[in-house]
Ligand binder design. Structure first.
Ligand SMILES: Cc1cc2nc3c(=O)[nH]c(=O)nc-3n(C[C@H](O)[C@H](O)[C@H](O)COP(=O)(O)O)c2cc1C
Length: 222
């Protein structure tokens, strides 16, 4: 079964998914179990990714997993645009223009655009992530933003369970108004950054955490 995809006009390889409420789990290699995945997920640098494409079915599985994130009031406010292949160059153009706008300029500097294009080629898949509040919101924006964060984490965990590395990026260009508008997100939507995905070249990075014991207090009455 295929989920409906809406191509972005003039952007080969980029598509917007209109995910419905049907759960689709195509045949996949044995995924890691949840607790192992949670511990093993790592932010992976671009330089550590292989250029191999990620199969479309796998991307759909990750997006479908993200769609099961919780949201207060069932707002389901997460929105994604997926960039693959030459579609990544459209993202590069948009980000280069947003960088120009941050400097008070209209057009992207050709050198910045070239660098941005090279950067986008380092990962086979980029996702633009936005929050889309309801037309008449009943919840504060931050609750919808939290829900989108849940969706992003769910997607990154699903990716890890299938051996795919990721990074969530929230730099100024990715969050810029122009980025949301140029990527065609809806009225009132705002950016929550970019996520790239790719198979990891060699060993996974090693993670580090300060002890959870320092961050938790227990209240127990006997
Ligand atoms: C909301 C959010 C925004 C982030 N933005 C960036 C970013 O802009 N650039 C970056 O290099 N990493 C970013 N990260 C990834 C963190 O650097 C990373 O999660 C942290 O170093 C811990 O590493 P781990 O993900 O491997 O556990 C972001 C993470 C979160 C949750």
């Amino acid at each position: 079964m295929r989920l409906p995809e809406v191509p972005i006009p003039g952007v080969p390889g980029a598509f917007r998914l209109t995910l419905d409420r049907v759960s689709v789990l195509p045949d996949l290699p044995e995924p890691l179990d949840l607790l192992t995945t949670i511990h093993a997920r790592r932010t992976v640098d671009l330089a550590r990714l292989r250029p191999d494409p990620i199969p479309r079915e796998t991307l759909l599985t990750l997006l479908e997993a993200a769609n099961w994130a919780p949201s207060h009031g069932r707002t389901e406010p997460w929105r994604f645009v997926v960039f693959t292949g030459e579609g990544r160059m459209r993202l590069a153009e948009v980000l280069a223009t947003s960088l120009a706008r941050l400097k008070g300029e209209e057009q992207a500097d050709p050198d910045v655009l070239r660098t941005q294009r090279e950067r986008q080629r380092l990962a086979p898949v980029w996702l633009a992530v936005a929050v889309q509040p309801a037309e008449k919101p009943r919840m504060p924006l931050y609750e919808d933003q939290w829900a989108v964060a849940c969706a992003v984490q769910t997607l990154m965990l699903a990716a890890r369970s299938l051996g795919i590395g990721s990074k969530w990026i929230t730099n100024a260009a990715s969050l810029h108004e122009h980025t949301a508008q140029a990527l065609g997100f809806g009225e009132g939507a705002s950016m929550m950054g970019l996520v790239y995905l790719g198979f990891v070249d060699g060993e996974w990075p090693v993670g580090e955490r300060r002890p959870m014991g320092d961050k938790v207090r227990w209240v127990e009455e006997t």
